[in-house]
Design a protein. Sequence first.
Length: 70
Amino acid sequence: MWNLYERWQRYHNVSLDLNEKQRRFKAFMDNAIYIHRFNKRNDTTYKLGLTEFADLTDDEFVSTYTGLLE
């Protein structure tokens, strides 16, 4: 999973210090697992993927990109 994260970082030109990288990796891993489980289902008409937001938690995404307050 770490190799996938590093490839994702290179693709999206993400550069972080080691402490931040480890913190972001946890969010990335949680999202990658969710995406994998979702895509294994046969009851949807679409698939999810690892976008530029893949290393954000749900809370970070909502507060940064939707303008909603929690």
